[in-house]
Design a protein around this ligand. Structure first.
Ligand code: SF4
Length: 339
């Protein structure tokens, strides 16, 4: 079954017509309480959605918060694979996503059939999948990884075993460079938003802001350029930080620079400013906005809480296999954050 089979994407117009004012906020909170729901928002959500949520963070951290929460319902303000991961980790809970059409170009770059075919070409290889994958792909995976622990996960695999790394080619290239492993095969997937944050743009911004720190998500097309610039001495290596979104918030509280260039989806800037209001955070590409993330509008959230839609279902057998791949990652060490 294709990764996008849960949905026919003929119309991606977000639900609209609701102002995120105080009345809206009070109604969202009231309905959440009535439904015994915990509201989770990814770092790339609209600022008003981040602000109304009980918890904001990266995808895996939110799924773990959801699993530990006593609430019987999880409202996941993010994209579909994230809500699926929450369901995999909390099968007994009701998981709602305010708009199930919110997909992900990276997760959609490989489906379970494609992965099975790739595995058949490399018998005995260990499959390592980034968390930006569908439940069906996780079920075909040996070990999941996040951008924080991808290197540790790959290092945990015996040197002589082939590794199939998916779906992100930039994260894969980062892992191959750090581990120096040449039996690591990389799927040529990418996120259209992160791939659009490119090296020349980063080099130009870094030159214009010579004292700025650089926070770079490893999915970005510019991650390789950033390491190259550091290697060349164009940007001092200590200024380049390759970080997951969760780790960016921690780094924001610790940086000594008054300006930070941020290479990831622009929704991240909101959490960074909340964490360190005195710092000037600047997007490397201010057009890097994920249309899927922005489908979770104030109107969509209200609809989810009023109508109990859209509910996320994962086949129990697929969920169990997907959960095992996430569990193996957790056993290897600190999972850190995903996207
Ligand atoms: S920013 Fe990219 S990886 Fe993240 S949800 Fe959007 S399409 Fe997917």
């Amino acid at each position: 079954m294709a990764a996008t089979a849960w949905l026919e994407r003929t119309d991606l117009t977000p639900y609209g017509g609701v102002e995120p004012n105080a009345e809206w906020a009070a109604e969202v909170r009231r309905l959440a309480e009535e439904r015994d729901a915990v509201l989770l928002a990814h770092n790339y959500q609209l600022p008003e959605i981040q602000d109304i949520a009980h918890h904001t963070g990266d995808s895996l951290a939110l799924s773990r918060i959801a699993a530990e929460s006593e609430a019987s319902t999880i409202v996941f303000c993010g994209v579909h694979f994230m809500a699926e991961t929450a369901k995999i980790l909390s099968p007994e809970k009701t998981v709602l996503i305010p708009d199930a059409r919110a997909g992900c170009s990276l997760a959609d770059s490989i489906d379970a059939d494609q992965l099975r075919a790739w595995k058949a070409e490399h018998p005995g290889a260990v499959v390592v999948s980034y968390v930006n994958t569908t439940a069906e792909v996780k079920a075909e995976t040996d070990i999941c990884c996040t951008s924080s622990n991808a290197v540790d996960v790959v290092r945990s695999i015996p040197e002589d075993r082939e590794v199939l790394f998916l779906p992100d080619q930039f994260l894969g290239a980062h892992v191959r460079r750090v581990t120096g492993r040449d039996n690591l095969h990389i799927w040529a997937g990418e996120c259209h938003v992160h791939a659009g944050i490119n090296g020349p743009e980063l080099a130009e911004k870094a030159a214009a802001n010579p004292d700025a720190d650089l926070f770079i998500h490893p999915e970005c097309g510019c991650a390789t350029s950033a390491l190259y610039l550091a290697g060349e001495g164009t940007v001092p290596a200590e200024r380049v930080h390759i970080l997951s979104t969760g780790d960016m918030v921690k780094a924001a509280r610790q940086t000594k620079s008054s300006t930070v260039l941020v290479a990831t989806e622009i929704g991240m800037i909101h959490q960074l400013k909340l964490a360190a209001p005195e710092i000037d955070f600047r997007a490397v590409n201010d057009r890097a906005s994920c249309r899927y993330m922005k489908m979770i509008t104030p109107a969509a959230l209200l609809r989810a809480l009023r109508e109990g839609k859209d509910e996320v279902h994962v086949d129990p057998e697929i969920a169990a296999r997907g959960r095992a791949s996430v569990q193996r990652m957790i056993e290897i060490g600190q999972p850190g954050g995903g996207e």
